[in-house]
Design a protein around this ligand. Structure first.
Ligand SMILES: Nc1ncnc2c1ncn2[C@@H]1O[C@H](COP(=O)(O)OP(=O)(O)O)[C@@H](O)[C@H]1O
Ligand SMILES: [Mg+2]
Length: 353
């Protein structure tokens, strides 16, 4: 996948801007606050339909305007396509080749983008929600069916929680809702497990190349329902029936899952230095590139946001060397003396206020 160009109208600090991109390496240079991250955020937004920085889309609209419009020209497996997201107070409208796409799950992943920003270290530090989001977004980009399962599950969860808030909860009716939820959960757990296994397989090939301090990145999948049958899960829900009613919400379920990343059995947050954590992260992202290629037979685009100002532990050349040739790369930096990588065609995009 190659992004040929982007056109932004009323998006963040861009009133009206068109930028052409190079197929191999794009270096987005500018001082702090000029809009480098905004630019790559727009690319990422067209991949996941979600900003990686804010939870409300409204923030993406240029101050005091009432809409924003992002258009991308992309080349996928030799064919050209137009992606577009139009956003106003009524929400967003998605287009592929001028056709409206009503299901977000069909839009996500058409452009597959892998983003690497210093904030990603939150993956190890923050709450389980952050890790679930990482896993769900990445699987969602590979499988629209997964996004469908997840959305269906969360809709049922919302209904179940609403029902638990009513005055007279009928246990039989609740059981019918629960049974449906379990069906979705079993499929989601399977996909989450498979994703983690596959990702680690690829990530560890890089990890072995990059470090001699450790052997293996691992991930413990913490789920109420790991390896459980439908019958067992239903019994769990039965046991938690009184508690669910007391708390007026569903206590068990894949919405509480967590993914505990470890290295050689050691908790990453507690045992690894900042630079070692960054290497693990980098290996996970590089692993993702390969996993995506394996499934889609097409590379994702890679965004390295502000990585090199904060990532002196591994030098820039080395990182680029690990990214397969053929992957389109976007690097944002305020470092003027960024070393050019010789074997990639190169484009410098200067952003100024
Ligand atoms: N909705 C918006 N309208 C106008 N300007 C915005 C909007 N959202 C963010 N900005 C501006 O974008 C700038 C930050 O851009 P950013 O991409 O984070 O900079 P950097 O180049 O450091 O990565 C800030 O000056 C901020 O005021
Ligand atoms: Mg930035």
């Amino acid at each position: 996948m190659i992004v040929k160009s982007i056109e932004l109208k009323n998006y963040r600090n861009y009133k009206n801007k068109k930028i052409n991109f190079e197929n191999e390496l794009n270096l987005i240079i500018g001082s702090n606050g000029v809009g480098k991250t905004n630019l790559v955020e727009a690319l990422y937004y067209c991949s996941t339909c979600k900003s990686h920085r804010v939870s409300t889309d409204k923030t993406l609209i240029y101050n005091n305007e009432n809409y924003c419009d992002i258009r991308l020209n992309v080349e996928k497996k030799g064919n050209n396509h137009q992606l577009r997201i139009f956003l106003n107070e009524n929400g967003k409208t998605l287009f592929i080749n001028n056709q409206t796409i009503s299901k977000v799950s069909e839009y996500i992943g058409f452009l597959n983008a892998i983003l690497f920003s210093p904030d990603d270290l939150n993956l190890f530090i923050q709450t389980p929600k952050v890790r679930r989001k990482f896993v769900d977004i990445e699987i969602g980009k590979l499988s629209s069916h997964y996004t469908f399962l997840l959305n269906s599950y969360y809709k049922l969860l919302k209904d179940r929680n609403l029902y638990l808030k009513s005055d007279n909860v009928d246990k039989t009716y609740l059981k019918v809702m629960t049974m449906k939820m379990i069906d979705y959960q079993l499929l989601i757990v399977d996909q989450r497990k498979k994703f983690i296994n596959d990702l680690l397989k690829y990530a560890n090939t890089y990890f072995n190349l990059m470090t001699n301090d450790f052997n293996e990145i691992q991930c413990e999948y913490l789920s109420n329902f790991n390896n459980s049958s439908k019958e067992t899960i239903l019994n769990y829900y039965d046991k938690y029936f009184e508690k669910d009613i007391r708390f007026k919400q569903t206590i068990l379920g894949i919405h509480k899952d967590d993914f505990l990343f470890k290295v050689d059995g050691k908790n990453i947050t507690e045992h690894l230095s900042q630079s070692q954590k960054k290497i693990v992260l980098l290996c996970l992202k590089l692993g993702l590139i390969n996993l995506i290629y394996q499934i889609n037979k097409d590379y994702p685009i890679i965004i390295l946001d502000d990585l090199f100002s904060d990532f002196d532990e591994i030098n820039q050349e080395k990182i680029l060397q690990y990214i397969p040739k053929g992957v389109q790369i976007f690097i944002t930096t305020c470092v003027q003396n960024f070393k050019k990588n010789n074997d990639r065609s190169f484009n410098v995009i200067e952003i100024s206020k």
